[in-house]
Structures are given as C-alpha cells and as structure tokens.
Design a protein around this ligand. Structure first.
Ligand SMILES: *[C@@H]1O[C@H](CO)[C@@H](O)[C@H](O)[C@H]1NC(C)=O
Length: 253
C-alpha cells in the first residue's frame, strides 16, 4: 500500500472516531435552562426541600442545585448532574457538577443553582460576572455519578426524631448514579424489617421504630431497571439521638 493511501485510511478512521465521540457526547446531554438562587449565601442551603440540613449547605463545596421535574417528589435528592451553559462566549466546556438538595423552578428552568455553581459554568471571572447578570441561561445537562472520596454513606438522624417514639433520617454521601428508591428498617434480633415512607424530600420516617440496635437497608435502583438491596456494615446504636450521624461503613457505586 502506498504511504499516501495508508494516511488516507488512517485519517478517515480518526474522523469516524471523532464523529462518534462528538455525537455521543452531544446526545447524552439534554437542553434546558438554569437560574441561580437570589440569596446572598453563595453556596448551598440548610433549608432545602430535601431535608439534608447542614449537609445541604456544605456538600460538594457548595456546588448544589434545586431541581424542578428532576426533584421527582424527593427521589431525585442527592442525585448529581453535570450542567454546562451553552453560550460559547462565556461558558466552559465542562460546566459544573452539582448535587440536588432542593426543589424549585423559575421560568422554564430545570435547575436553580447556587451562585457558586452558576459562576463555575463560566470560562473566567469576567465571564462569570456576565453570566450572573443574565440570570437565566440556556444549558445542557446529564446525570453523572456522585463522588465523595473517603466517605461512607452516613445516616443523619433528623432533629425531629425522638427516641424511642419517632425516627426520621436522611442519607448523606450517596455515591454513584443510582436512586435510593426504598429503605427497610430492621430490628437486629430476628431481622424483621419494615418498609419506610419518604415523608418529605429525602427524609425517611418511622413512627414506631423497633427497640434495640437498628439496621437500615437500602434499595439502589438504576435507570435501566436494575435493583439491588444493600446492607450496611454498621447498625444504628440503641441509644440513637436526634441530630447525630452514624457511619454505615459502606460505600456504593
Ligand atoms: C468506612 O467504612 C469502613 C468499613 O467499616 C471503615 O474502615 C472506614 O474507616 C470508613 N471510612 C470513613 C471515612 O469513615
């Protein structure tokens, strides 16, 4: 084969790869709009509808968002999305990865980002100022894996809890790309379990929790319909307290 022919075949090959990667990327993203929280707090919020509490303000460095439809009645809490704005004058290629911590919509938006996250979609500081002044911008987004290096899933007992009468909790550091679609609360003598309700946001509740140590099992559901129950290494101690956090001893992906 002549060298020129080889070059031709090779460059055609490269072009095909390029088109596949380019279209593949473009297809994964969904077009929408995003705005940002008007509050003076640049990061997240402790009072988001998901019920994450202080975690909601600090998680992911404050790169968080309220979602409208993607909130999915609380099931979408804790899910992660890559969001990038589409104005090539201002916007960076990668945009920002955010965690859903709240529910809300504003003028056809899928996301209301923290100001910090909104600014991080820009190429530069100046571009960020321009973006902020626009307020509501065209974006594209896709779901991505959440990543919390060196963190286990953690049970945060909600302040509304009252041992032994009422237990409410949220899950912190939900890794990966799956939803936690159901939770079972088990006593640890005979492992009799009951399914819990998610009564608001990401808050699971039981008005008659069993006595003794408790085991909390989680059902992970993926987009393609796969489901898997996971059992933590660590139980919740019998003397669990409102406001406390307990390490599950496991990570998921
Ligand atoms: C996560 O759980 C493992 C197993 O129980 C434990 O060894 C590790 O220290 C935990 N990691 C953190 C960051 O707490």
């Amino acid at each position: 084969m002549a060298p020129l022919q080889v070059l031709e075949i090779f460059s055609t090959f490269l072009l095909v790869i390029f088109i596949q990667v380019y279209l593949g990327n473009a297809q994964n993203f969904i077009q929408s709009r995003a705005a940002y929280y008007p509050n003076s707090e640049e990061k997240g919020t402790e009072t988001g509808a998901c019920g994450f509490g202080t975690f909601g303000a600090t998680i992911n460095g404050g790169d968080v968002s309220a979602a409208s439809d993607l909130y999915r009645d609380g099931l979408g809490c804790g899910a992660c999305y890559q969001v990038r704005c589409t104005n090539s004058n201002y916007c960076s290629e990668n945009g920002v990865n955010v965690v859903i911590t709240d529910h809300g919509a504003s003028d056809s938006t899928d996301f209301i980002l923290s100001q910090r996250a909104f600014s991080r979609m820009a190429q530069t500081k100046d571009a960020a100022a321009s973006l902020l002044s626009l307020g509501n911008v065209g974006i594209e987004y896709r779901r991505v894996s959440c990543s919390y290096p060196n963190k286990n899933i953690t049970f945060k007992i909600d302040e509304s809890s009252d041992n032994p009468y009422y237990l409410a909790f949220v899950l912190w550091y939900q890794q990966g790309k799956t939803d936690i679609s159901a939770v079972q609360l088990c006593e640890t003598q005979n492992f009799v379990c009951k399914l819990l309700d998610r009564t608001r946001g990401a808050v699971w509740t039981s008005s008659s929790p069993p006595k003794g140590q408790l085991q909390i099992r989680m059902l992970l559901s993926s987009d393609d319909g796969d489901e898997k129950w996971v059992i933590p290494l660590n139980n919740i101690p019998e003397n669990w307290k409102a406001g406390e956090t307990y390490d599950s001893g496991i990570q998921v992906d």
